[in-house]
Design a protein around this ligand. Structure first.
Ligand code: ATP
Ligand code: MG
Ligand code: MG
Length: 388
Protein backbone atom coordinates (compact mmCIF):
# COMPACT_ATOMS: atom_id res chain seq x y z
CA UNK A 1 0.00 0.00 0.00
CA UNK A 2 2.98 2.29 0.51
CA UNK A 3 6.62 1.95 -0.48
CA UNK A 4 7.91 4.09 2.39
CA UNK A 5 9.69 2.46 5.34
CA UNK A 6 8.37 3.10 8.83
CA UNK A 7 10.91 3.24 11.68
CA UNK A 8 9.61 2.42 15.15
CA UNK A 9 11.28 3.70 18.32
CA UNK A 10 10.70 0.83 20.72
CA UNK A 11 10.23 -2.86 20.01
CA UNK A 12 7.95 -4.06 22.82
CA UNK A 13 4.51 -5.60 22.41
CA UNK A 14 2.99 -2.42 20.98
CA UNK A 15 5.73 -2.25 18.35
CA UNK A 16 5.19 -5.95 17.63
CA UNK A 17 1.50 -5.39 16.97
CA UNK A 18 2.25 -2.32 14.79
CA UNK A 19 4.61 -4.54 12.76
CA UNK A 20 1.84 -7.13 12.32
CA UNK A 21 -0.65 -4.52 11.11
CA UNK A 22 1.89 -2.86 8.80
CA UNK A 23 2.95 -6.14 7.23
CA UNK A 24 -0.67 -6.91 6.27
CA UNK A 25 -0.53 -3.73 4.19
CA UNK A 26 2.94 -4.58 2.76
CA UNK A 27 4.44 -1.72 4.71
CA UNK A 28 8.06 -2.29 5.74
CA UNK A 29 9.04 -1.54 9.33
CA UNK A 30 12.45 -1.28 11.05
CA UNK A 31 12.85 -1.28 14.81
CA UNK A 32 15.15 0.42 17.31
CA UNK A 33 15.41 -1.52 20.58
CA UNK A 34 17.42 -4.25 22.28
CA UNK A 35 18.33 -7.32 20.19
CA UNK A 36 15.51 -9.87 19.92
CA UNK A 37 12.89 -7.49 21.36
CA UNK A 38 9.27 -8.61 20.73
CA UNK A 39 8.81 -6.52 17.56
CA UNK A 40 12.09 -7.74 16.03
CA UNK A 41 11.20 -11.40 16.65
CA UNK A 42 8.39 -11.30 14.07
CA UNK A 43 10.19 -9.14 11.52
CA UNK A 44 13.22 -10.89 10.04
CA UNK A 45 15.41 -8.05 8.77
CA UNK A 46 19.08 -7.26 9.09
CA UNK A 47 18.43 -3.51 9.12
CA UNK A 48 17.01 -3.20 12.65
CA UNK A 49 19.01 -1.07 15.04
CA UNK A 50 20.17 -2.52 18.35
CA UNK A 51 20.18 0.19 20.97
CA UNK A 52 17.89 2.52 22.86
CA UNK A 53 15.15 4.99 21.91
CA UNK A 54 16.60 7.25 24.62
CA UNK A 55 20.02 7.42 22.92
CA UNK A 56 20.51 10.21 20.31
CA UNK A 57 23.02 8.25 18.20
CA UNK A 58 20.76 5.21 17.93
CA UNK A 59 17.80 7.38 16.94
CA UNK A 60 19.92 8.99 14.22
CA UNK A 61 20.90 5.53 12.97
CA UNK A 62 17.32 4.37 12.53
CA UNK A 63 16.24 7.72 11.08
CA UNK A 64 18.73 7.18 8.26
CA UNK A 65 16.92 3.92 7.37
CA UNK A 66 13.33 5.14 7.19
CA UNK A 67 10.98 7.67 5.61
CA UNK A 68 8.50 7.92 8.47
CA UNK A 69 9.47 7.65 12.12
CA UNK A 70 7.01 6.70 14.85
CA UNK A 71 7.07 5.54 18.49
CA UNK A 72 5.54 2.77 20.55
CA UNK A 73 6.60 4.48 23.78
CA UNK A 74 6.67 8.16 24.80
CA UNK A 75 9.93 8.01 26.77
CA UNK A 76 12.08 8.78 23.73
CA UNK A 77 14.75 11.48 23.31
CA UNK A 78 12.74 14.36 21.87
CA UNK A 79 15.62 16.86 21.29
CA UNK A 80 17.08 14.39 18.78
CA UNK A 81 13.72 14.13 17.00
CA UNK A 82 13.53 17.93 16.83
CA UNK A 83 17.05 18.09 15.43
CA UNK A 84 16.20 15.48 12.78
CA UNK A 85 13.04 17.37 11.89
CA UNK A 86 15.10 20.50 11.25
CA UNK A 87 17.95 18.82 9.37
CA UNK A 88 15.87 16.33 7.36
CA UNK A 89 12.59 18.02 6.43
CA UNK A 90 11.70 15.02 4.22
CA UNK A 91 11.66 12.68 7.23
CA UNK A 92 8.16 12.59 8.66
CA UNK A 93 7.86 12.10 12.42
CA UNK A 94 4.53 11.10 13.97
CA UNK A 95 3.38 11.73 16.62
CA UNK A 96 4.88 15.22 16.31
CA UNK A 97 7.97 15.67 18.53
CA UNK A 98 6.26 18.69 20.10
CA UNK A 99 3.34 16.45 21.09
CA UNK A 100 5.63 13.79 22.59
CA UNK A 101 7.44 16.52 24.54
CA UNK A 102 4.17 17.83 25.98
CA UNK A 103 2.92 14.37 26.88
CA UNK A 104 6.08 12.70 28.24
CA UNK A 105 6.16 15.14 31.16
CA UNK A 106 2.85 14.43 32.88
CA UNK A 107 2.78 17.84 34.55
CA UNK A 108 3.41 19.73 31.27
CA UNK A 109 0.68 17.54 29.77
CA UNK A 110 -1.73 18.71 32.51
CA UNK A 111 -0.81 22.38 31.97
CA UNK A 112 -1.40 21.98 28.23
CA UNK A 113 -4.81 20.37 28.78
CA UNK A 114 -5.86 23.05 31.27
CA UNK A 115 -4.81 25.75 28.77
CA UNK A 116 -7.12 24.04 26.26
CA UNK A 117 -10.00 23.92 28.75
CA UNK A 118 -9.93 20.14 29.15
CA UNK A 119 -10.97 18.80 32.57
CA UNK A 120 -8.13 17.14 34.49
CA UNK A 121 -7.43 16.19 38.12
CA UNK A 122 -6.16 19.22 40.05
CA UNK A 123 -2.35 19.16 40.28
CA UNK A 124 0.56 21.07 41.69
CA UNK A 125 4.25 20.99 40.73
CA UNK A 126 6.76 20.12 43.45
CA UNK A 127 10.06 21.68 42.35
CA UNK A 128 11.73 21.13 45.74
CA UNK A 129 10.42 17.94 47.35
CA UNK A 130 10.66 18.04 51.16
CA UNK A 131 8.56 17.10 54.17
CA UNK A 132 7.39 20.73 54.33
CA UNK A 133 6.35 21.00 50.68
CA UNK A 134 4.51 17.64 50.79
CA UNK A 135 2.76 18.61 54.04
CA UNK A 136 1.64 21.80 52.31
CA UNK A 137 0.14 19.69 49.49
CA UNK A 138 -1.68 17.62 52.15
CA UNK A 139 -3.21 20.80 53.61
CA UNK A 140 -4.30 21.90 50.14
CA UNK A 141 -5.62 18.58 48.72
CA UNK A 142 -6.34 16.57 51.88
CA UNK A 143 -5.36 12.88 52.21
CA UNK A 144 -4.99 10.61 50.42
CA UNK A 145 -3.36 12.40 47.50
CA UNK A 146 -1.26 11.02 44.68
CA UNK A 147 2.42 11.87 44.38
CA UNK A 148 3.65 11.24 40.83
CA UNK A 149 6.87 11.30 38.91
CA UNK A 150 6.48 13.77 36.03
CA UNK A 151 8.50 11.53 33.70
CA UNK A 152 9.28 7.90 32.84
CA UNK A 153 6.19 6.50 34.56
CA UNK A 154 4.40 3.29 33.56
CA UNK A 155 2.21 0.70 35.28
CA UNK A 156 2.06 2.96 38.33
CA UNK A 157 5.85 2.84 38.80
CA UNK A 158 6.34 6.49 39.55
CA UNK A 159 3.18 6.89 41.67
CA UNK A 160 2.88 6.92 45.44
CA UNK A 161 -0.40 7.20 47.34
CA UNK A 162 0.23 9.58 50.24
CA UNK A 163 -2.35 8.25 52.70
CA UNK A 164 -1.49 10.55 55.60
CA UNK A 165 1.13 13.02 56.81
CA UNK A 166 3.02 10.07 58.36
CA UNK A 167 3.54 8.53 54.92
CA UNK A 168 5.48 11.54 53.59
CA UNK A 169 9.03 10.32 54.46
CA UNK A 170 8.35 7.00 52.69
CA UNK A 171 6.92 8.84 49.69
CA UNK A 172 10.06 11.00 49.45
CA UNK A 173 12.30 7.96 49.75
CA UNK A 174 10.37 5.93 47.15
CA UNK A 175 10.37 8.68 44.53
CA UNK A 176 13.74 10.28 45.35
CA UNK A 177 15.71 11.78 42.46
CA UNK A 178 12.64 11.98 40.26
CA UNK A 179 10.90 15.19 39.11
CA UNK A 180 7.61 15.28 41.04
CA UNK A 181 4.14 16.71 41.06
CA UNK A 182 1.10 15.95 43.19
CA UNK A 183 -2.45 15.23 42.13
CA UNK A 184 -5.66 15.55 44.09
CA UNK A 185 -7.25 12.16 44.79
CA UNK A 186 -9.90 11.36 42.15
CA UNK A 187 -12.75 9.47 43.83
CA UNK A 188 -13.67 7.54 40.71
CA UNK A 189 -16.57 5.14 40.24
CA UNK A 190 -14.90 3.73 37.13
CA UNK A 191 -11.89 4.35 34.90
CA UNK A 192 -12.76 4.89 31.24
CA UNK A 193 -10.57 5.15 28.15
CA UNK A 194 -11.03 6.14 24.53
CA UNK A 195 -8.69 5.44 21.61
CA UNK A 196 -8.55 8.35 19.16
CA UNK A 197 -6.99 8.42 15.70
CA UNK A 198 -5.88 11.74 14.29
CA UNK A 199 -5.37 11.96 10.52
CA UNK A 200 -2.75 14.05 8.68
CA UNK A 201 -5.50 16.60 8.03
CA UNK A 202 -6.16 16.87 11.77
CA UNK A 203 -9.48 15.06 11.73
CA UNK A 204 -10.16 12.88 14.78
CA UNK A 205 -11.94 9.53 14.86
CA UNK A 206 -12.84 7.65 18.02
CA UNK A 207 -13.24 4.02 18.98
CA UNK A 208 -15.95 3.07 21.48
CA UNK A 209 -15.51 4.20 25.09
CA UNK A 210 -14.16 1.37 27.24
CA UNK A 211 -13.87 0.66 30.94
CA UNK A 212 -10.54 -0.39 32.45
CA UNK A 213 -10.01 -2.16 35.74
CA UNK A 214 -6.56 -1.93 37.32
CA UNK A 215 -4.98 -4.25 39.87
CA UNK A 216 -1.86 -3.05 41.67
CA UNK A 217 -1.71 -0.12 39.21
CA UNK A 218 -1.56 -2.43 36.18
CA UNK A 219 -4.41 -2.70 33.70
CA UNK A 220 -6.11 -6.04 34.43
CA UNK A 221 -9.34 -6.00 32.41
CA UNK A 222 -10.88 -3.83 29.74
CA UNK A 223 -14.63 -3.93 28.99
CA UNK A 224 -15.72 -2.71 25.56
CA UNK A 225 -18.07 -0.94 25.47
CA UNK A 226 -17.87 0.57 28.97
CA UNK A 227 -20.69 -0.47 31.30
CA UNK A 228 -21.95 3.10 31.73
CA UNK A 229 -25.00 4.92 30.31
CA UNK A 230 -24.81 5.90 26.62
CA UNK A 231 -24.74 9.56 27.63
CA UNK A 232 -21.53 8.97 29.63
CA UNK A 233 -19.95 7.04 26.75
CA UNK A 234 -20.70 9.97 24.47
CA UNK A 235 -19.40 12.54 26.95
CA UNK A 236 -16.16 10.55 27.33
CA UNK A 237 -15.75 10.32 23.56
CA UNK A 238 -16.21 14.09 23.13
CA UNK A 239 -13.79 14.86 25.96
CA UNK A 240 -11.17 12.57 24.42
CA UNK A 241 -11.68 13.99 20.92
CA UNK A 242 -11.36 17.57 22.18
CA UNK A 243 -8.21 16.69 24.11
CA UNK A 244 -6.53 15.12 21.07
CA UNK A 245 -7.56 17.99 18.78
CA UNK A 246 -5.28 20.18 20.93
CA UNK A 247 -2.11 18.24 20.03
CA UNK A 248 -0.33 18.74 16.70
CA UNK A 249 0.54 15.77 14.46
CA UNK A 250 -1.24 12.55 13.68
CA UNK A 251 -1.44 8.94 14.80
CA UNK A 252 -3.25 6.96 17.48
CA UNK A 253 -3.70 8.21 21.04
CA UNK A 254 -5.03 6.53 24.19
CA UNK A 255 -6.96 8.80 26.54
CA UNK A 256 -7.38 7.56 30.13
CA UNK A 257 -10.03 9.17 32.30
CA UNK A 258 -11.74 9.05 35.67
CA UNK A 259 -15.54 8.84 35.85
CA UNK A 260 -16.20 10.33 39.25
CA UNK A 261 -18.93 9.33 41.67
CA UNK A 262 -20.57 12.74 41.06
CA UNK A 263 -20.79 12.02 37.32
CA UNK A 264 -17.89 14.29 36.32
CA UNK A 265 -15.26 13.11 33.81
CA UNK A 266 -11.60 14.08 34.26
CA UNK A 267 -8.67 13.13 32.06
CA UNK A 268 -6.02 11.13 33.92
CA UNK A 269 -3.39 10.94 31.20
CA UNK A 270 -2.84 10.61 27.48
CA UNK A 271 -0.57 8.19 25.61
CA UNK A 272 0.65 9.31 22.14
CA UNK A 273 0.70 5.71 20.82
CA UNK A 274 -1.29 2.46 20.78
CA UNK A 275 -2.55 1.66 24.26
CA UNK A 276 -3.42 -1.37 26.38
CA UNK A 277 -7.07 -0.24 26.52
CA UNK A 278 -7.22 -0.48 22.71
CA UNK A 279 -6.17 -4.14 22.35
CA UNK A 280 -9.84 -5.20 22.10
CA UNK A 281 -9.96 -3.46 18.69
CA UNK A 282 -7.93 -6.31 17.14
CA UNK A 283 -10.95 -8.62 17.40
CA UNK A 284 -13.91 -6.35 18.06
CA UNK A 285 -13.31 -3.79 15.31
CA UNK A 286 -12.67 -4.18 11.60
CA UNK A 287 -9.66 -1.85 11.81
CA UNK A 288 -7.44 -2.35 14.86
CA UNK A 289 -5.78 0.51 16.73
CA UNK A 290 -2.47 -0.65 15.23
CA UNK A 291 -3.69 -0.56 11.64
CA UNK A 292 -5.38 2.79 12.27
CA UNK A 293 -2.02 4.14 13.47
CA UNK A 294 -0.17 2.87 10.40
CA UNK A 295 -2.81 4.34 8.10
CA UNK A 296 -2.81 7.68 9.94
CA UNK A 297 0.98 8.20 9.91
CA UNK A 298 1.27 7.23 6.23
CA UNK A 299 -1.67 9.39 5.19
CA UNK A 300 -3.48 6.29 3.89
CA UNK A 301 -7.27 6.50 3.73
CA UNK A 302 -9.24 6.28 6.94
CA UNK A 303 -12.91 5.59 6.32
CA UNK A 304 -15.21 8.61 6.33
CA UNK A 305 -17.42 7.01 8.96
CA UNK A 306 -14.91 5.46 11.27
CA UNK A 307 -17.38 4.28 13.89
CA UNK A 308 -19.02 2.04 11.29
CA UNK A 309 -15.83 -0.01 11.37
CA UNK A 310 -16.30 -0.91 14.99
CA UNK A 311 -19.33 -3.13 14.95
CA UNK A 312 -21.48 -1.61 17.66
CA UNK A 313 -23.21 -4.85 18.70
CA UNK A 314 -19.93 -6.60 19.55
CA UNK A 315 -19.04 -6.93 23.21
CA UNK A 316 -15.49 -7.63 24.26
CA UNK A 317 -13.42 -8.13 27.35
CA UNK A 318 -9.63 -7.94 27.22
CA UNK A 319 -7.66 -9.71 29.94
CA UNK A 320 -3.99 -8.90 30.38
CA UNK A 321 -1.80 -11.96 30.88
CA UNK A 322 0.77 -11.05 33.54
CA UNK A 323 3.78 -13.13 34.55
CA UNK A 324 2.62 -15.42 37.39
CA UNK A 325 3.79 -14.47 40.88
CA UNK A 326 4.22 -18.08 42.07
CA UNK A 327 5.80 -19.99 39.20
CA UNK A 328 7.48 -19.11 35.92
CA UNK A 329 5.22 -19.55 32.86
CA UNK A 330 2.25 -20.61 35.00
CA UNK A 331 0.24 -17.86 33.27
CA UNK A 332 0.22 -20.08 30.18
CA UNK A 333 -2.45 -22.19 31.92
CA UNK A 334 -4.79 -19.21 31.53
CA UNK A 335 -3.88 -19.01 27.85
CA UNK A 336 -4.57 -22.70 27.40
CA UNK A 337 -8.07 -22.32 28.86
CA UNK A 338 -8.58 -19.35 26.50
CA UNK A 339 -7.66 -21.56 23.54
CA UNK A 340 -10.42 -23.94 24.64
CA UNK A 341 -12.94 -21.08 24.73
CA UNK A 342 -15.02 -20.12 21.68
CA UNK A 343 -14.67 -16.43 20.85
CA UNK A 344 -11.37 -15.99 22.70
CA UNK A 345 -8.03 -15.09 21.06
CA UNK A 346 -4.61 -15.28 22.67
CA UNK A 347 -1.79 -12.83 21.94
CA UNK A 348 1.63 -13.60 23.40
CA UNK A 349 4.46 -11.10 23.18
CA UNK A 350 7.59 -13.30 23.13
CA UNK A 351 8.93 -12.09 26.48
CA UNK A 352 10.58 -14.05 29.23
CA UNK A 353 8.18 -14.64 32.13
CA UNK A 354 8.72 -12.45 35.19
CA UNK A 355 6.20 -11.82 37.99
CA UNK A 356 3.65 -9.13 37.00
CA UNK A 357 5.28 -8.53 33.60
CA UNK A 358 2.86 -8.01 30.70
CA UNK A 359 3.34 -11.30 28.84
CA UNK A 360 0.33 -11.14 26.54
CA UNK A 361 -3.40 -10.49 26.43
CA UNK A 362 -6.60 -12.37 25.69
CA UNK A 363 -9.56 -10.91 23.83
CA UNK A 364 -12.95 -12.45 24.55
CA UNK A 365 -15.74 -11.60 22.12
CA UNK A 366 -19.43 -12.27 22.73
CA UNK A 367 -22.89 -11.16 21.65
CA UNK A 368 -23.55 -9.84 25.15
CA UNK A 369 -21.35 -8.74 28.04
CA UNK A 370 -22.86 -11.53 30.18
CA UNK A 371 -21.65 -14.06 27.64
CA UNK A 372 -18.15 -12.51 27.65
CA UNK A 373 -18.11 -12.61 31.44
CA UNK A 374 -19.10 -16.27 31.48
CA UNK A 375 -16.27 -17.12 29.10
CA UNK A 376 -13.87 -15.01 31.15
CA UNK A 377 -14.76 -16.89 34.35
CA UNK A 378 -13.73 -20.12 32.65
CA UNK A 379 -10.49 -18.61 31.34
CA UNK A 380 -9.48 -17.25 34.74
CA UNK A 381 -10.26 -20.60 36.36
CA UNK A 382 -13.25 -19.38 38.41
CA UNK A 383 -15.61 -21.90 36.81
CA UNK A 384 -14.95 -25.26 35.22
CA UNK A 385 -17.24 -25.01 32.23
CA UNK A 386 -16.74 -23.04 29.05
CA UNK A 387 -19.70 -21.29 27.48
CA UNK A 388 -19.91 -23.90 24.71
P1 ATP B 1 0.23 3.69 32.75
O1 ATP B 1 1.02 4.65 31.90
O2 ATP B 1 0.75 2.30 32.73
O3 ATP B 1 -1.26 3.80 32.52
P2 ATP B 1 1.15 5.35 34.94
O4 ATP B 1 2.33 4.81 35.66
O5 ATP B 1 1.35 6.47 34.00
O6 ATP B 1 0.38 4.14 34.29
P3 ATP B 1 -1.23 6.58 36.08
O7 ATP B 1 -2.07 6.31 34.91
O8 ATP B 1 -0.94 8.00 36.43
O9 ATP B 1 0.14 5.76 36.09
O10 ATP B 1 -1.89 5.92 37.39
C1 ATP B 1 -2.08 4.51 37.49
C2 ATP B 1 -3.40 4.23 38.18
O11 ATP B 1 -3.39 4.82 39.49
C3 ATP B 1 -4.60 4.88 37.49
O12 ATP B 1 -5.06 4.09 36.43
C4 ATP B 1 -5.58 4.94 38.66
O13 ATP B 1 -6.13 3.67 38.93
C5 ATP B 1 -4.68 5.35 39.82
N1 ATP B 1 -4.60 6.83 39.93
C6 ATP B 1 -3.77 7.65 39.26
N2 ATP B 1 -3.96 8.95 39.59
C7 ATP B 1 -4.96 8.97 40.50
C8 ATP B 1 -5.63 10.00 41.22
N3 ATP B 1 -5.30 11.28 41.09
N4 ATP B 1 -6.63 9.63 42.07
C9 ATP B 1 -6.96 8.32 42.22
N5 ATP B 1 -6.37 7.31 41.58
C10 ATP B 1 -5.38 7.60 40.73
MG1 MG C 1 1.21 6.57 31.98
MG1 MG D 1 -2.15 5.43 33.18
Amino acid sequence: MDSRTVGILGGGQLGRMIVEAASRLNVKTVILDAPNSPAKQINALTEHVDGSFANPEDIEKIAAKCDVLTVEIEHVDVPTLQKLQKNYPKLEIYPAPETILLIQDKYLQKEHLIKNEIAVAESVAIPNPSEESLTEVGSKFGYPYMLKSRTLAYDGRGNFVVKSKDAIPEALETLKNRPLYAEKWAPFAKELAVMIVRSTSGRVYSYPTVETIHQENICHLCYAPARVPDSVQLKAKLLAENAIKSFPGCGIFGVEMFYLENGELLINEIAPRPHNSGHFTIDACVTSQFEAHVRAILGLPLPTNFSSLSTSNTNAIMLNVLGDKTAKDKELETCERALQTPGASVYLYGKESRPQRKMGHINVIGSSMQQCEQKLRYITGETNKGSG
